[in-house]
Design a protein around this ligand. Structure first.
Ligand code: TEU
Length: 566
């Protein structure tokens, strides 16, 4: 077959700029700070930098609410600095992935300001405007056009009193959804994407891109969803996840924007709720839609009725989920591999064990497990340092609109504020958004000013400077994992086979390619296991990479080994 695409052996590093490095002392990270820290990325050995949004934005959702698609917000710098970043990355042989947020804009984007101004404005149909539900007065409870619940709590419809109509927002009310049914909207987005590619960016991470096609009837109506437990609202996801025209839109986007640039770029679709079967269609190269997708099954395994109803992860469920995705995309398509990003709590706290005794070992164990799977691994800023969740003690410490909206809605619905705070402490996105911990100086070397969100108090011990020259550090282990992927075709494209599917704590699998077989065995708990008893073939295998010193007959707590079978 064809030569595997370059990104099948690449590792992507995600920078959430506001928390990465502040170069002008305003307490918010910026592009100048990213430039200052590129040596860290080069030292790690990553190939691609995925940059979360730096476009002009009112920051209602930390930049995922864009008010100008072809500029840089002064908070982060300017286009000249952006161009320097592109040039510097390219000079280092690295690529830049831009975050593309086109399911919705900010409510302060000129497009929306015009669209809202009158029912006859030429841009009225660039968004989803609907009258109140039949027979109900605008503003009356339940008069929203559908019963859908927003990802950020409350209804997905915002009333504009001037026209008496509602606009749709799957996320915050300040993030109105664009109407992709309108070819003018699509053309404007494609033009903007070409503008960034012409500026030298190497691809896009497409925010909730599987939500751009809504299941709308010919008369323009949208259907209610099934009621959500304990809520007057419903689950509208059947109407907006992977809607009827999603493949048509992505193929059109590929034709209009990416064709002719084959091989030089990377596209990854963020797709909440996407299934393996759908992902096979999205990532089949013959269909020219996207190269890979972010799926959400594994980061939903510890959710009860919602992400705030936290249950412990069962390793067997994780094996079943990852195993299904590895098998489902083995012969066509491609996986993205991640534990952490700016929306998820820190994996070492969530899936590992961030106690002093086990924090380093569990962080490197989880990293080994993930990076030895088939797919493109994503490293989220600070994950390579073993950064953990923040010890939140009060609501004032939170910044994230999702968390703050949840607290308001849950408490006003009668929830005990202490219980809500416990859930926020475990699952808030702010856990991933505290400043990267560079050294033991004030504010962990992130800023000379007052950080926009508190620095984790453990920064004095857990920081890049303390790990850079320590071969036993989390950072050193990530460096070795990334080097292994670059040097080993079996790691990049070898076949995956799950082992021990029923074991409650040990996660094991093989990767094989042209006669070479690696056995990966990870103890995701504190109980030691006799290795030969678990996997006899491991006994006389050669150790390729381990996360603990010496490799005896016992697989110790949070120990991971990569073995080459004879
Ligand atoms: O997130 C998509 C998404 O599904 C979020 O609702 C996320 O899964 C959830 O917050 C986890 O609890 C993308 C961006 O990554 C996120 O930062 C934005 O807030 C969101 O879209 C809207 O742009």
């Amino acid at each position: 077959g064809r030569e595997p695409a370059w990104w099948t052996s690449a590792v992507v590093y995600q920078v959430y700029p506001r928390s990465f490095m502040d170069s002008d002392g305003d307490g918010v990270g910026d592009l100048g700070g990213v430039l200052q820290r590129l040596d860290h990325l080069a030292d790690l050995g990553v190939d691609v930098l995925w940059l979360s949004p730096v476009y002009p934005s009112p920051q209602a959702d930390n930049g995922y609410d864009i008010s100008d698609y072809t500029a840089v917000d002064p908070l982060f710098g300017d286009l000249a600095t952006f161009d320097r970043l592109v040039a510097d990355l390219h000079a280092r042989g690295m690529k830049l992935l831009m975050d593309l947020v086109v399911n919705h804009t900010s409510d302060q984007h000129p497009w929306f300001v015009e669209s809202r101004s009158s029912t006859t404005n030429p841009k009225r149909d660039w968004y989803w405007w609907r009258p109140p539900r039949a027979g109900m007065a605008a503003g009356a409870p339940g008069a929203e056009p559908t019963n859908w619940q927003s990802f950020f709590s409350g209804p997905t419809w915002e009333l504009d009193a001037a026209t008496g109509e509602y606009s749709l927002h799957l996320f915050d009310r300040r993030q109105p959804d664009l109407n992709w049914e309108n070819p003018q909207v699509r053309a404007a987005i494609y033009e903007m994407m070409r503008w960034w590619l012409d500026r030298g960016v190497d691809g896009f991470r497409m925010d909730v891109i599987n939500m751009i096609s809504k299941d709308v009837a010919p008369d323009g109506s949208l259907a209610d969803g099934p009621p959500l437990p304990g809520s007057a609202l419903g689950d509208g996801s059947a109407s907006y996840l992977c809607g009827p025209r999603i493949h048509e839109f992505l193929q059109e986007m590929h034709r209009e924007v990416l064709a002719g640039r084959e091989g030089a770029f990377l596209t990854v679709g963020e797709m909440p709720g996407v299934t393996v079967q759908q992902a096979r269609l999205f990532t089949d190269p013959a269909r020219a839609e996207v190269d890979m997708v972010f799926q959400f099954e594994h980061v939903g395994l510890d959710h009860g009725t919602s992400k705030w109803d936290v249950h412990p992860l069962r390793i067997r469920d994780l094996k079943a989920s990852f195993g299904r995705w590895q098998a489902g995309l083995a012969d066509v398509g491609w996986n993205s591999l991640y534990w952490d990003n700016h929306d998820q709590p820190r994996a070492v706290s969530r899936f590992g064990d961030d106690s002093p005794r086990h924090r380093r070992d569990s962080a490197t164990c989880l990293a080994t497990l993930l990076h030895l799977h088939r797919g493109t691994p994503y490293v989220y800023q600070g994950e390579e340092l073993g950064m953990a969740n923040f010890p939140f003690t009060s609501l004032e410490q939170f910044r994230d609109v999702e968390s703050l909206n949840h607290h308001v809605h849950a408490v006003s619905a009668g929830a005990d504020p202490a219980h809500v705070l416990t859930a926020l402490r475990a699952m808030s996105r702010d856990n991933a958004r505290t400043p990267v911990q560079w050294d033991a100086s004030p504010n962990a070397g992130f800023t000379d000013g007052t950080p926009w969100i508190a620095v984790n108090p453990d920064a004095a011990e857990w920081n890049a400077e303390a790990q850079r020259r320590d071969p036993a550090s989390v950072l050193a282990h990530y460096r070795r994992l990334i080097a292994l992927r670059h040097s080993s075709a079996v790691v990049a494209v070898g076949d995956f086979t799950m082992l021990l599917p029923e074991h409650e704590e040990v996660y094991a699998f093989t990767r094989s390619l042209e006669g070479e077989t690696l056995l990966v065995v990870c103890n995701l708990g504190r109980t030691p296991y006799e290795l030969a008893g678990l996997l006899p073939e491991a006994a006389d295998a050669e150790l390729v990479l381990g996360n603990l010193p010496d490799a005896g007959p016992e697989l110790r707590a949070w120990e991971a080994r990569v073995l080459r079978l004879p």
